[in-house]
Write a protein that binds this ligand. Structure first.
Ligand code: C2E
Ligand code: CA
Ligand code: CA
Ligand code: CA
Length: 276
């Protein structure tokens, strides 16, 4: 057995120390992943009230050589803190553009929009709009079919510069969705000033909407607010038929959630929507 007094001589909490090691390891491996194309976009369907496919959110997965397919929870934090989220973000956007072009001849994807998550760190880059514009033109993707999902934390940084960048991208045809809406501090001024096409009602309000009157009231309010401002609304995290029915009854037009499909690889997504 180990000596009972051993721990008191450690400068670091052993748990913290191993967290640090694994953070550095993840960062190094993530660098390699970016170079070796280990990141793979998954697609989660977005549907209208009739269940018709209208778009997909691009959700990144990491095909780790030893650990298998990893969800963002395993690496997004390290990507953010190391700054690797910036090159990663361009890679994801480029893959989304390439996929849009590849799907452009397919009947199921004719009007399909792809929503790409953009980190606040990416928006801080001085050449963000130029890089996005250059990826767009080299891929030949239709900007009207690309939606950038940003969160309130992006807006909370440097609103003047963020707003300039958003307006520039909007001029190219790109639209914006405000993700996780209702969970941060959104100033209503932002909604009026910025070119925001869509509010994405956070999953936390959808989850208990059938039983929690507060959650339902918040959703009703968000939908009314959006209608007043001429902004579309999509609900995320829809898992049950009854949730969708209630959301439809209060005026929600678009939906995303396990009820309509989990995030799927390109092959699975394509097969599901092209199957006869
Ligand atoms: P998010 O943008 O809020 O994405 C929605 C998350 O909810 C996804 O988790 C999705 O799989 C999950 N989800 C969708 N429908 C349901 C449902 O009905 N029930 C439940 N319980 N969950 C549902 P995922 O794929 O693990 O992604 C987690 C987060 O990682 C995303 O949250 C986003 O913040 C981040 N992320 C993913 N891909 C990217 C990316 O390419 N770039 C950046 N910057 N962040 C990304
Ligand atoms: Ca999102
Ligand atoms: Ca979200
Ligand atoms: Ca409550």
């Amino acid at each position: 057995a180990k000596s009972a007094g051993k721990d008191q001589f450690l400068f670091f909490d052993p748990v913290m120390q191993s967290d640090l090691i694994s953070m550095h390891q993840t960062e190094n491996e993530l660098r390699i992943a970016l170079e070796n194309n280990q990141l793979e976009p998954f697609y989660q369907a977005q549907v209208d009230a009739q269940g018709g496919l209208i778009g997909a959110e691009v959700l990144i997965r990491w095909n780790h050589p030893e650990r298998g397919l990893l969800a963002p929870a395993a690496f997004i934090g390290v990507a953010e803190s190391s700054g690797l989220i910036v090159p990663m973000g361009y890679q994801v956007f480029a893959m989304a553009c390439t996929q849009l072009v590849a799907w452009s001849g397919c009947e199921f994807a004719r009007k399909l929009t792809l929503a790409v998550n953009i980190s606040a760190r990416q928006f801080e880059e001085a050449d963000f709009t130029a890089r996005i514009a250059s990826i767009l033109s080299s891929s030949g993707a239709n900007p009207e079919l690309l939606k950038l999902e940003i969160t309130e934390s992006t807006l909370a940084r440097d609103i003047e510069s963020v707003s300039l960048k958003m307006l520039e991208l909007r001029k190219l045809g790109i639209t914006f969705s405000l993700d996780d809406f209702g969970t941060g501090y959104s100033s209503l001024t932002y909604l009026k000033r910025l070119p925001i096409k869509q509010l994405k009602i956070d999953r936390c309000f959808v989850r208990d909407v059938l039983v929690d009157h507060d959650d339902k009231a918040i959703i009703v309010t968000i939908i009314a607010l959006a209608a007043t401002l001429g902004i579309d609304v999509i609900a995320e995290g829809v898992e049950e038929q009854e949730q969708q029915a209630l959301l439809v009854s209060v005026g929600c037009e678009s939906f995303q959630g396990f009820l309509f499909g989990k995030p799927e690889s390109q092959e699975v997504f394509e097969q599901r929507f092209t199957a006869p």
